[in-house]
Design a protein around this ligand. Structure first.
Ligand code: ADP
Ligand code: MG
Length: 291
């Protein structure tokens, strides 16, 4: 605000000295136009997620645990947002809100424009299936089931797909994550990194508004973690909206924005102007050694 005021004063001064504008009204029009242009620039980005003063309290005996104490933010289409915080800071509680798995005690949550709080459980489930692709730490694949079958799963409830189209979409999604040669492998025949790729393909197959990852590299070794980050950065460059919840602060270097939680509140919310390349990081890792 202070900066705007200074700018206005300076402009006014210049115009008065040059004396080529007939009246202050014209100046006001110019300033007004500039303001609306700036507002438009801001508005042109599509809001995928909006939280308005979201609180989530839990009653435990006589006590109330305040897991979220008023969290507000907007996430725009195409952002790769990491949500960080130490244990107990409220990450899982927030993730459950974002994923429509739980509802706030107060405040409002808009997912792709739809207000979530007053929805019934089944309405929320439908919205979740349509709008969100989940990637979990434990992959959550069906055991002894092929990659294709796992990826087809979210499309089972989608009337737009028949069996052949489901299979085709699943194969495409698996090819996109580099698993075109593992289509018929069962989950128990795959490495952790491969299972997470299947999970990412499954998250993408429904073309969701947002990909929600919960400690998606938590169970993987360093090299495989970077391979996953390479994949997430590729998705980011393709314009996907990604939210990646983690306790690992290093991952923020590879995202476009980082939201830091502490005691159920936002401590920091910063855009990353210097996004590191996960591909470069992967290339500079020491060569894997046999032991
Ligand atoms: P994080 O995922 O960052 O470790 P959580 O969201 O799991 O944090 O927890 C935030 C706080 O809320 C903690 O104090 C936790 O004990 C409390 N909490 C979370 N879920 C519940 C619940 N279902 N019942 C009671 N307390 C909870
Ligand atoms: Mg947690």
């Amino acid at each position: 605000m202070a900066m705007v005021a200074t700018k206005t004063a300076a402009t006014t001064k210049t115009v008065r000295r040059d004396n080529f504008l007939p009246a202050n009204i014209s100046l006001q029009v110019i300033l007004l136009n500039r303001q609306t242009m700036e507002e438009k620039k801001e508005d042109s980005r599509k809001v995928v997620i909006e939280l308005q003063n979201v609180k989530r309290y839990f009653k435990v005996g006589d006590e109330t645990v305040k897991a979220l104490r008023g969290v507000s933010f907007k996430i725009y289409e195409g952002e790769f947002v990491t949500i960080m915080g130490t244990s107990g800071s409220g990450k899982s509680t927030l993730l459950n809100q974002l994923g429509c798995l739980d509802t706030p005690t107060s405040g409002e949550y808009f997912l792709d424009g739809t207000p979530v709080r007053k929805m019934s459980k089944s309405q929320r489930a439908k919205l979740r299936n349509r709008k969100i692709g989940f990637v979990f730490q434990n992959y959550n694949l069906l055991p002894k089931t092929t990659a294709v079958e796992n990826v087809e799963l979210p499309l089972m409830y989608n009337k737009k797909y028949n069996a052949a189209q489901r299979r085709e979409a699943a194969i495409k999604a698996l090819q996109a994550v580099g698993l075109g040669d593992r289509l018929e492998h069962k989950s128990n025949q795959m490495s952790g990194g491969q299972m997470q790729r299947v999970a990412i393909a499954r998250a993408l197959v429904n073309d969701p508004a947002v990909v929600l990852a919960d400690e998606a590299t938590g169970n993987l070794d360093t090299r495989t973690s970077f391979e996953m980050l390479v994949l997430f950065q590729e998705l980011y460059h393709q314009g996907r909206t990604i939210i990646f919840v983690t306790h690992n602060p290093d991952i923020a270097k590879y995202s476009s924005r980082n939201i830091n939680l502490r005691d159920g509140k936002i401590r920091e919310d910063v855009v990353n102007d210097n996004i590191l390349s996960a591909a470069d990081a992967l290339a500079s890792l020491p060569a894997p050694q046999d032991d």
